[in-house]
Write a protein that binds this ligand. Structure first.
Ligand SMILES: NC(=O)c1ccc[n+]([C@@H]2O[C@H](COP(=O)([O-])OP(=O)(O)OC[C@H]3O[C@@H](n4cnc5c(N)ncnc54)[C@H](OP(=O)(O)O)[C@@H]3O)[C@@H](O)[C@H]2O)c1
Length: 280
């Protein structure tokens, strides 16, 4: 059985490919730019931008299971092609944001919501993995920290429960290779609720020097974030963090329940990634 893993350049896609390959599975690694995908030697790659339906039937030849990144453009064609190709199970990297009240219109959630909806209306067996914020989002602080500048935040006391990306890859591997997650939707979080300020204290401990935190206005944060993200996404994120100042983030025990071991901590992620913040 060959498994198709999309998003081969992405952090979760890469982790899933490596796990499957190491366990002896036959993997087809799909990416918009397969030449840039760092896949293990011997893994077949294919060019598959998820918004190019004309590529689907070739990519799906002989495939029974898919790990899918959420791309709404072309998802209905993908569903039809997967049904026609005899795909049995699709594991979607969705998001906990789909659980919000306005998921259909919220720019943080709408792409995952649309893809879940298309898959749920198909004959395919699906698993929706709904992670909360990735611990690796902290890489967005690498620039100021590596230059010994303060990290500027509008809501430093917002709580999140950051999940280690390797835990998501472990759960995706479980979903793709067994049946325990077939037909299920699971919310995935890290093991503890931490404010951004506490995350920065943990990072500071890991790199062995102080990281100053500077509170800035929402307007100033909007201007900074607009350089990297579309305005509606910026606005939604700031709303989310503003609301998250008022209590701990929900912590799910799914990693422990599904894998029989504790979830990796943010401190572990920080200690594994110090180089990104120190340049050495
Ligand atoms: N970050 C979070 O906190 C969070 C939380 C919940 C859900 N999610 C979901 O998780 C998914 C992945 O999020 P992510 O932000 O961590 O991204 P990522 O996994 O690093 O990459 C996402 C995809 O973008 C494509 N890509 C385009 N240019 C790239 C480049 N220069 N380098 C690497 N990949 C590139 C890759 O697909 P190709 O190889 O096909 O080009 C890759 O799989 C998103 O769908 C998001 O909605 C994220």
């Amino acid at each position: 059985m060959t498994l198709l893993i999309t998003g081969a350049r992405g952090r979760i896609g890469r982790g899933v490919i490596t796990r499957l390959h190491d366990a002896g599975h036959t993997v087809r690694a799909a990416s918009a730019r397969p030449a840039e995908a760092a896949v293990p030697a011997g893994v077949e790659t294919c060019a598959l931008p998820l918004d190019r339906p004309e590529r689907f039937s070739t990519a799906l030849e002989g495939i029974r299971r898919i790990f899918l990144y959420p791309e709404p453009a072309g998802v209905h064609e993908l569903v039809k092609a997967a049904e026609a190709a005899g795909v049995e199970h699709v594991v979607l990297l969705s998001s906990s944001s789909v659980l919000g009240p306005d998921a259909e219109t919220d720019p943080l959630a709408s792409h995952s919501h649309e893809v879940e909806h298309a898959l749920a209306g198909s004959s395919l067996t699906c698993t929706f993995l709904r992670p909360d914020a990735f611990a690796s989002n902290s890489l967005g602080w690498a620039r100021p920290i590596s230059r010994s500048l303060p990290v500027q935040l509008a809501y430093p006391d917002a709580h999140i429960a950051p999940i280690h990306p390797e835990d998501i890859a472990d759960i995706a591997f479980e979903a793709l290779t067994g049946d325990s997650l077939a037909g299920r939707s699971v919310t995935l979080t890290g093991p503890e609720s931490l404010t951004f300020r506490t995350q920065l204290a943990v990072l500071s401990e890991a790199i062995g020097r102080a990281i100053p935190v500077e509170r800035i206005s929402r307007e100033a944060a909007e201007r900074q974030m607009a350089a990297f993200l579309p305005a509606p996404v910026v606005s939604s994120l700031l709303d989310l963090w503003s609301a998250a100042r008022h209590g701990s983030a929900a912590v799910a025990d799914t990693t422990e329940t599904l894998l029989g071991r504790p979830a990796r901590t943010y401190a572990q992620w920080a200690s594994e990634n110090t180089r990104a913040f120190t340049g050495s």
